[in-house]
Design a protein around this ligand. Structure first.
Ligand code: GLC
Length: 430
């Protein structure tokens, strides 16, 4: 199973193999005692594994205490927390999780990590991620996890309902989801749904909606030349289609779902398909209702013929207002190290950002679907965070709010996108 997770790793293919593993020793950087706080990830089984990361660090550097604070699961809420904290020049959180779209927003408030790394250490990571974290002359965060949107599907149900494989197009997904849902309901499972995804008004909706829009050929919100791409027939069609799922093949409540809400429905065996990131693989394997009766596929293609995955991922950075910068950097370096990424890959199916890990025999053995990931994932599409820089969050909020109003039926697609285009023009000064 899981052979198709292959599609996650185009970046791995595009990147040259970097330097090999560090030797596993943990550099405490400072001899001074310190207590630092890390903003932990509450999603899936990550709290447990991140505590192990902190424990390993504290065993090697007993004079440094790492306290994990569990913040919001929603990327949008987390950013709001950070911005409030930083506005008050607070060092309450020393070590920060940094979403792939945030370097341009948070750069001024993060410690330049470049002096703490050798070129060899940096070269071990996918160059795109290192580049993404470079703002001007500084390196504001170090990458530790890749992500891409993908389709989870129930192999047992597909077989039971006579389907040979996962849907190649959104049309196929709709009809398969409908057939399986009707069948399961007829068997008495009133809570069964065809397809769950992230429809709440937050960053996660931006990632889902960009996948629908691009797959239909509707553009990329703001293209690399700064041109706004939201108001066109393809985008209108993409969002009308998604609005049609709400209450039919997807629960009415999907317009309030984040990643973990979708996963909760999937986890108890009440969904045929789910759009989610790779972290959900390891937790799904623990589900009694599903076991290993699931696999992964590219998200379905739209009219453009393209299957589109939004590129996600996380880095780790250090708050400029931290009272213990060296200790915080030491923990950040440990967190993003070869050994730690390897541990998370093996036990949590978290995709590493260090290219050599995809060739590491222990990783290949434990997570076979990381290997042999040829020409897939070439479609992993960035959100327009580089071109919009510090304004990205406002762009994304306008976008997800407009899409959400279409999903809930508060606005028709053409009106919502017309207003969105005007708002984006005003914001970006086009
Ligand atoms: C995942 C992705 C991240 C994205 C977020 C949206 O955590 O890795 O890049 O912004 O989901 O919910």
């Amino acid at each position: 199973m899981l052979t198709r997770l292959a599609l996650l790793l185009a970046l791995a293919l595009a990147a040259p193999l970097g330097a090999l593993a560090q030797d596993g020793t943990i550099d405490c950087i400072t001899d001074q005692s310190a207590t630092i706080t890390y903003m932990g990830d509450p999603v899936g089984n990550l709290p447990e594994i991140e505590q192990q990361t902190a424990d390993a660090f504290m065993a090697a550097c007993p004079h440094i205490t790492v306290e994990i604070v569990i913040g919001p699961a929603s990327a949008s809420d987390l950013l709001a927390n950070y911005l409030t904290m930083l506005e008050g020049r607070s060092g309450d959180i020393d070590v920060m999780r940094i979403d792939v779209i945030w370097p341009g927003i948070l750069a001024e408030n993060l410690v330049d990590l470049a002096p703490y790394f050798t070129q060899e250490e940096l070269d071990a990571h996918f160059p795109g991620f290192i580049q993404n974290n470079r703002i001007g002359d500084t390196m504001v965060a170090i990458a530790h996890r890749l992500g891409a949107g993908m389709l989870y599907y129930r192999t047992d149900l597909l077989e039971q309902y006579g389907f040979d494989g996962p849907p190649a197009t959104w049309d196929e997904l709709e009809s398969m989801a409908r057939t399986i849902q009707d069948g399961e309901r007829a068997e008495g499972n009133a809570d069964f749904w065809g397809f769950v995804w992230q429809g709440n008004n937050y960053e996660g909706l931006t990632t889902n909606a960009l996948e629908w829009q691009l797959a239909e050929g509707g553009g990329t919100i703001v293209n690399p030349d700064g041109e706004i791409e939201v108001l066109n027939e393809a985008a209108i069609g993409a969002f009308e289609r998604a609005a049609g799922w709400v209450g039919t093949i997807s629960p009415p409540g999907v317009v309030g779902y984040a990643e973990e809400d979708a996963r909760a429905v999937w986890h108890v065996g009440n969904a045929a398909f789910m759009r989610n990131w790779p972290y959900a693989v390891s937790v799904s394997l623990e589900s009694e209702a599903i076991g290993d009766a699931f696999d992964l596929a590219p998200l379905p293609a739209g009219a453009s013929g393209r299957s589109v995955a939004t590129m996600g991922g996380w880095s780790i950075g250090v708050n400029r207002f931290s009272a213990n910068v060296d200790a915080a950097v030491a923990f950040a370096k440990h967190f993003a190290s070869y050994e730690e990424q390897k541990r998370r890959a093996i036990s949590n199916t978290i995709n590493p950002t260090i290219a050599a890990l995809y060739q590491d025999p222990d990783v290949i053995e434990a997570v076979p679907f990381f290997a042999g990931l040829d020409d897939v994932f070439m479609g992993a599409s960035p959100r327009p965070s580089t071109v919009t820089g510090a304004l990205y969050n406002r762009v994304s909020t306008l976008y997800s709010t407009a899409v959400h109003s279409i999903l809930t039926g508060d606005e028709d697609a053409e009106t919502a996108l017309t207003l969105l285009e005007l708002d984006l023009e005003a914001l970006l000064g086009n």
